[in-house]
Design a protein around this ligand. Structure first.
Ligand SMILES: [Zn+2]
Length: 538
């Protein structure tokens, strides 16, 4: 088999050049990583929010470091790429009426339903648009699943379930079972509705399969939502996006003569047929529009033999800025999210630059903007790439770092998509670390950081780190620390770096590990390949 012979070839090459891949990589040091974290998470960076003075300070710092390291600017004569964005607030009435057989079903905005209009048109009026229950709203040829098969959704608002059929049946022969696929993400549902030409798409929210409560999903009405500013927003087919609560959906379906839970069960089978609900929605929306520009920062090292082929390291620079005060602190420093990852990337860049030989393929170092608001920087980079994106071998992304010291594991988020997992395993084993799986694959974390736009462009990616098994704490106590992190530190002002409390040994190890993985990718015959069951296969 092709894949195996490539793998063998690579294993032999790796053995042959082992001496050049020593375990200590000289320029990657505790101090080097710490200096960058301290600088990027300082209060003076004001939490690095896009469009603020914090942005200009952060991107200027990264530019200065890229120059010092000796990277070439990725965008002609500059390290900066302007990312035009538009913020749209959809103003809604307090109530949305759904016309049903024998009257009206009023839904309270925010409490029962949350809607917005993803367009720069100043006003959008939806008049009596019929509602169609379309199961999961998924078209997945590799899983032989198409909820849109033979249905005309034009002019209709589709109502769909969150997540994918595998989750509900816990059946790994359907999609990937409990683990979420990209088809389960809200982002996918709205994208597919647009591709299919539906007038609107409303997702039924449920805590378990969504992975977050209604407070998160339902907070988007009457609040600004960011988009990449493009012509596509002038006149999309899909003019209405939104969520409806589980309770409101149960009620709506009942009023139309259907049992929601029964239809949900049917939707997990291959013979499910979409149901016209005998209900229609009318809503008038007004869009407030504001345009701004933020910046991606990127530099690269040109490959000596095949410069057009490249790998890309990614670590977003943005965070949440200055916000609501918690315990007297209003600066969201984002030390672990994601100053530490930018430090990781810069120090890997320095290792490549100081290596005795120039890499055979090119190595790109990208720090995207607006990850926190929807992966916009990386999406814009992929769609407006200064390199030929079809020649990208792999994306190595890093995000959310625990400052706990050394780890025995390398936890892989999105395990099973490509043979990059095997490469990572071999390199991890050389450092006496083992591959662990994401403890919460149902959260779809693989689709929630900057590797996603690369995956969608057909570029295999690694999203991994020391995470679930701190060397001295053991697994159980590490899981407690993880829980504590997500509850008390993540996206809070106390995500700060404290040199007395925090340990960066694990970050040093991860930087060395990813340097070696990248080194193999650019210097040997290893060819990244999709696994046949990945939804991103090309
Ligand atoms: Zn992050």
């Amino acid at each position: 088999m092709r894949v195996h012979s490539y793998f063998l070839l690579w294993a032999i090459t790796l053995a042959a050049c082992k001496s050049s891949l020593t375990t200590s990589v000289e320029p990657i040091t505790y101090k080097g990583l710490e200096d960058d974290i301290v600088a990027l998470s300082a209060d003076s960076m004001l939490g690095r929010a896009p469009f603020t003075i914090g942005e200009s300070r952060a991107v200027t710092y990264i530019e200065k470091r890229m120059k010092e390291i000796g990277l070439e600017p990725a965008f002609g004569n500059t390290y900066f790429q302007d990312v035009p964005m538009v913020s749209i607030i959809t103003h809604l009435p307090t109530r949305v009426d759904i016309k049903i057989n024998n009257g009206n079903l009023p839904l309270k905005v925010d409490e029962d339903i949350c809607l917005w209009s993803p367009t720069t048109q100043p006003t959008v009026d939806i008049n009596n648009a019929p509602l169609l229950f379309l199961g999961f709203g998924i078209n997945a040829p590799e899983y032989r699943w198409n909820d849109f098969n033979g249905v005309d959704v034009k002019g209709k608002v589709i109502v769909v379930l969150v997540n994918d059929p595998g989750y509900y049946l816990l059946d790994s022969s359907l999609f990937t079972g409990y683990a979420m696929t990209y088809y389960g993400r809200w982002r996918y549902k709205f994208e597919e509705a647009e591709r299919q030409g539906a007038l609107g798409c409303i997702i039924v929210h449920e805590d378990g399969p969504a992975g977050y409560p209604w407070a998160v999903a339902g907070s988007k009405s009457n609040s600004p939502i960011l988009y990449i500013d493009s012509k596509a927003l002038d006149n999309p087919a899909c003019l209405l996006n939104g969520w409806i609560t589980h309770q409101a959906a149960v009620n709506l379906f009942a009023q139309c003569g259907y049992d929601y839970e029964q239809l949900k069960k049917k939707a997990t089978t291959r013979d499910f047929k979409p149901i016209t609900l005998n209900a229609a929605v009318s809503v008038n929306m007004r869009n407030g529009i504001e345009r701004s520009v933020s910046k991606n920062v990127a530099g690269f090292i040109k490959g000596e033999e095949k410069p057009e082929e490249f790998i890309v390291y990614t670590a977003h620079w943005d965070h949440l800025g200055v916000g609501r005060s918690l315990n007297g602190d209003s600066i969201y420093n984002g030390a672990s999210d994601n100053a530490a990852a930018v430090a990781w990337m810069l120090n890997i860049a320095s290792a490549f630059k100081k290596a005795p030989a120039q890499p055979k393929r090119s190595v790109v170092f990208l720090s995207p903007t607006a990850e926190e608001s929807g992966l916009f920087g990386s999406e814009f980079f992929v769609k407006n790439c200064p390199f030929n994106i079809s020649k990208a071998l792999a994306c190595l992304n890093y995000d959310v770092v625990l400052f706990l010291g050394k780890f025995k594991d390398v936890t892989v988020t999105g395990y099973g998509h490509s043979n990059l997992d095997s490469l990572l395993r071999v390199v991890a084993q050389r450092h006496d670390r083992y591959i662990a799986l994401d403890p919460n694959p149902e959260n779809g974390m693989f689709y929630r950081s900057d590797q996603l736009p690369f995956l969608k462009a057909g570029v295999p990616a690694i999203f991994a780190k020391g995470y679930t098994h701190q060397a001295e704490l053991g697994k159980e106590k590490t899981l407690e620390q993880i829980k504590n992190y997500w509850q008390n530190v993540y996206h809070k002002p106390c995500d700060e770096y404290d040199p007395k409390r925090d340990r960066l040994d694990g970050l040093v190890d991860d930087a060395v590990l990813f340097y070696e993985v990248g080194n193999i990718l650019v210097n040997t015959g290893f060819v990244p390949k999709w696994n046949s069951r990945s939804e991103f296969i090309r």
